[in-house]
Every structure is written in structure tokens, then in C-alpha cells.
Design a protein around this ligand. Structure first.
Ligand SMILES: Nc1nc2c(ncn2[C@@H]2O[C@H](COP(=O)(O)OP(=O)(O)OP(=O)(O)O)[C@@H](O)[C@H]2O)c(=O)[nH]1
Ligand SMILES: *[C@@H]1O[C@H](CO)[C@@H](O)[C@H](O)[C@H]1NC(C)=O
Ligand SMILES: *[C@@H]1O[C@H](CO)[C@@H](O)[C@H](O)[C@H]1NC(C)=O
Ligand SMILES: [Mg+2]
Length: 431
């Protein structure tokens, strides 16, 4: 048929032009060769031929070359080299760590996919998975594949590190589980949730596998990282003499920690030597409104309930293994509130880092977009959002295209951190 003949002529002409254009670079040429082959293949099988393929490819290629010639993002120094491959980049003594149940598999894969794409595919830090029951082979196989070559370890948490210590009275625990459920305390009725908070407060950093590392990055199932990292946060912390990094800070529900602060005060009285002279006391205790509009702080103690949201943490394991933190944890553990109340690991970690560290050793990662239901945080600067390729949306919030995340909401403690922490700082961490 003449139309077939005509189309074949057009194809040949296009291929001639394409091969002329392909002189520019070897990579371009080999790709164009590949395209020619696939076009020819499709020709012979008489199926659909997209004559625009070669042209579209050429345009994209030019565009990406122009892009590479652009300057580095403004907030990183001009000398900063984006890592090209894991082997070309220095590695920290660090690991990603996720406590998870077998039933968390889908959410675990989702979090892994996000963090691999946004950060770890460039660095290949290992993944450590912890569980108080053995992981299923399905969990192991699918997370291993999702790690995409980064090492994966699956560790069984011993019963002695998971179940309540022997000095906890089981019937008093049961009574409080029942009462907390009645009182609508968040997750108040779940024994496993108390084990989890107790474990995350006092045991995760002592698991044998974690003794191999200085740094950890806590990852939970069903979270999402909204921006490219573009740097190694472990290295940023180490080089800037930081011990602990967070992204979101909010108020705790007081009904989960009615007596926690009393026990913190008795710790301070008993062990004043562990309290850092340049600590973040005011961040934990200031209650003055920061503006005309403010939320009532629902606290009956001098603690303002502000804490770093611990489902995201990048920190130094040696801090948690220090004598100061060990004493702090033992003091709280023996007070019983992990089981007779529903103390979360977030206020426990937060109060510890705020009192036992120099406040300058705590870092707010303001440029790491992050979502854990129901809160999301994202950088606020347009140039950061663009150069870090952020997608600042979260489940249920898609309709709000101007949603800026929780930092600017009233229940965020970030303004208080800016005021009473080391001050608002700007990103220039990389030497
Ligand atoms: N192995 C194990 N992991 C648990 C258990 N309970 C919670 N986790 C893990 O501990 C972390 C915190 O638990 P979550 O259920 O996410 O608690 P949360 O973040 O306060 O609550 P959500 O709003 O439901 O996310 C997550 O990494 C969970 O996978 C448990 O019983 N066993
Ligand atoms: C990594 O950190 C652990 C724990 O501090 C330490 O025992 C180990 O020697 C370190 N490894 C390297 C290579 O520095
Ligand atoms: C304090 O409680 C009130 C009423 O329940 C609530 O609206 C407010 O958000 C709470 N404040 C904080 C900081 O959570
Ligand atoms: Mg969670």
C-alpha cells in the first residue's frame, strides 16, 4: 500500500537525521542506535510507530545537559560535590533502623521505597529490622529486595528486652490498661504499645547489632520523605558536633504522662551531675504565649509538654549508651510509668536530650520534608522546595495545594524551639 511506503520513507528520513544528530556524544549515539533498532523492529512487525520518539529524546537530553550546567543550589557551598555513586562517597558508622511487626510489611516497604529513593540509594547504609517475634520469610524477602543492594539485618528482640521488667506488677498494669481505655488515652489499652515505648526508650540502642554503629536513623512503617536529601545527615551531624536531629516538635497529651515530670525533677535532684550546664531547660518549661493567638498548654506540671516527635530521629547511639542516659532511663523505669501510665518514648528521649546535652548538640533538620500521619513538615523556602524536588502532600491533604505543613500550626513547638533552643539557624552545614 502506498501509505505504508510513504510512512517507511518518513521513518528512514527521520533515522538519517537522527544519526546525524547522534554524532554529539557517545552516550547519545548508542541510545539513538537503540531507538533506531526498536523503530525498525516495530516497522517490521507492522505495529504502531512513534516517529516523535527520537526528537523527544533529543529535546530531553538537551534540557538535562542545560540543567547540569546550572549552579548548585544556593544553600550548599559551591564546592559541594553531589555524590555520584556509593563507592565515591565517604561512609559514616551508621545504620537505618526499623522496629516493625510482620503485619507492618506494606507500610515498611512504603517507607523504605521513599527513603531509598530520596536518600539511601546514594549511600547504601544498612537496614536493621527489629521484632520481638521472628520475621516471616515474606517480610525478609520483600524488604531485602526493596533495600536494592543495601545490606539488611533481621534481629530478634529477646523477651527480657521486650516484656515488662520483673518489678512491674502485672495486675496493676492490667488495671491501668483497662482504665486508660475507658479514659480514651491514645493507645492506652494496648499492652504491646507500652512494651514498644519501653523498648524504644531503654533497649533499642543496646541490641547487639546496634553496638556495631555510632549513628542510627529511626524509620517507621508508613512514613514518607518529601524531598531529596542531597547530603548525608549522619555526616552533617558529626561534622557539626550534633548528637540528635529531629524534624517535628509538638505537645504531648498530658493524660499519657501524668507523673513523668515529677520523676524527671527527682532525677535532677538525685543526679545533678548529669544535667548539662547549657541544656534546653527553657524549651521544656517556658509557657509564655509567643503571640496573641496561642494554644492553652494543658499541663499541670512545669513541663510544657513539648517534645521531639520520635518516629523520625537521627541520633548518636553512644549518647543513649552513656552513663547519663542509662541512669536517666533506670530512674524512670523504676518509677513504673512505662506500664502504670502510658509514657511514650518521644517525651522520654526529648527530655533526656534537652537536659543531658548541650542545646547546641540538637539539630532541627528544617530541610527534610517528612510525613507521618497526621502531620507533615516541609521546607518553607521556594528554592529549597524546588532544588530538593519536594512533593509536599500527604494522604488526606491532597486538596490543600498551599498546605505548608505543621510547623506553622499552633500545636507545633517549633517557634518555642527557635526562641529557647540554640536559636533559628540557617543551612550551611557542609564543609
Ligand atoms: N515488633 C513490634 N513493633 C511494634 C509493635 N508496636 C509498634 N511497633 C513499631 O513501633 C513503632 C511505633 O509504633 P506505631 O504503631 O507506629 O506507633 P505511633 O507512631 O505512636 O502510632 P501511629 O499513629 O499508629 O503510627 C513502629 O515502628 C511500629 O512498627 C509491636 O507490638 N511489635
Ligand atoms: C562503629 O561504632 C561502634 C560503636 O561505637 C564501634 O564499636 C566500631 O568500632 C565503629 N566502627 C568503625 C569502623 O569505626
Ligand atoms: C489543650 O486542650 C484544648 C481543649 O481540649 C485543646 O483545644 C488544645 O489544642 C490543647 N492544647 C494543646 C497545646 O494541645
Ligand atoms: Mg507510627
Amino acid at each position: 500500500m502506498p501509505s505504508v511506503l510513504f510512512r517507511s520513507l518518513v521513518v528512514l528520513l527521520t533515522l538519517l537525521i537522527a544519526s546525524y544528530l547522534s554524532q554529539s556524544t557517545d552516550h547519545f549515539k548508542s541510545t539513538v542506535d537503540g531507538l533506531q533498532q526498536s523503530v525498525l523492529l516495530k516497522l517490521s512487525s507492522n505495529s504502531y510507530i512513534d516517529l516523535n520518539l527520537v526528537e523527544a529524546y533529543r529535546k530531553n537530553k538537551l534540557r538535562s545537559q542545560q540543567h547540569q550546567q546550572q549552579q548548585d543550589p544556593q544553600y550548599l557551598k559551591q564546592s559541594w560535590v553531589f555524590p555520584q555513586s556509593p563507592s565515591s562517597y565517604g561512609r559514616e558508622n551508621a545504620t537505618l533502623v526499623m522496629l516493625a511487626r510482620n503485619s507492618d510489611l506494606d507500610g515498611a516497604l512504603k517507607s523504605m521505597r521513599s527513603l531509598q529513593d530520596r536518600f539511601n540509594s546514594q549511600y547504601n547504609y544498612p537496614w536493621v529490622f527489629l521484632n520481638e517475634v521472628p520475621f516471616t520469610s515474606e517480610f525478609i524477602e520483600k524488604t531485602t529486595l526493596m533495600a536494592d543492594g543495601a545490606p539488611t539485618y533481621y534481629e530478634l528482640v529477646p523477651e527480657s528486652d521486650w516484656e515488662p521488667p520483673e518489678f512491674i506488677d502485672e495486675s496493676r498494669l492490667q488495671a491501668n490498661l483497662f482504665q486508660a481505655e475507658q479514659d480514651n488515652v491514645l493507645y492506652g489499652g494496648f499492652r504491646s504499645y507500652r512494651n514498644m515505648c519501653h523498648f524504644n526508650s531503654g533497649y533499642f540502642y543496646r541490641q547487639p547489632i546496634l553496638l556495631n554503629y555510632d549513628w542510627y536513623f529511626r524509620v517507621e512503617p508508613d512514613v514518607e520523605y518529601m524531598c531529596d536529601f542531597q547530603y548525608d545527615p549522619f555526616r552533617v551531624l558529626r561534622e557539626n558536633h550534633k548528637q540528635y536531629g529531629f524534624v517535628i516538635t509538638i505537645h504531648e497529651y498530658e493524660n499519657t504522662i501524668p507523673t513523668l515530670w515529677n520523676h524527671v525533677e527527682s532525677f535532677i535532684e538525685t543526679y545533678p551531675q548529669y544535667i548539662h550546664p547549657n541544656n534546653a531547660w527553657d524549651f521544656l518549661t517556658s509557657k509564655e504565649p509567643l503571640a496573641d493567638i496561642s494554644l492553652e498548654i494543658n499541663s499541670s506540671s512545669s513541663y510544657n509538654l513539648c517534645h521531639f516527635w520520635s518516629n523520625f530521629e537521627i541520633g548518636n547511639l553512644n549518647f543513649f549508651r552513656s552513663e547519663a542516659y542509662q541512669k536517666f532511663f533506670e530512674h524512670l523505669d523504676h518509677a513504673g510509668g512505662f506500664y502504670y501510665e502510658r509514657w511514650g518514648d518521644a517525651p522520654v528521649h526529648s527530655i533526656a536530650v534537652a537536659l543531658l546535652l548541650d542545646k547546641n548538640e540538637i539539630h532541627h533538620f528544617e530541610d527534610i520534608g517528612y510525613y507521618h500521619a497526621p502531620y507533615m513538615t516541609c521546607p518553607s523556602a521556594e528554592d529549597l522546595l524546588s532544588s530538593k524536588r519536594c512533593i509536599c502532600r500527604s494522604e488526606g491533604l491532597e486538596g490543600q495545594s498551599t498546605f505548608k505543613g505543621m510547623d506553622v500550626e499552633l500545636h507545633s513547638c517549633l517557634p518555642r524551639w527557635w526562641k529557647h533552643g540554640p536559636g533559628k539557624t540557617f543551612m550551611d552545614p557542609v564543609v
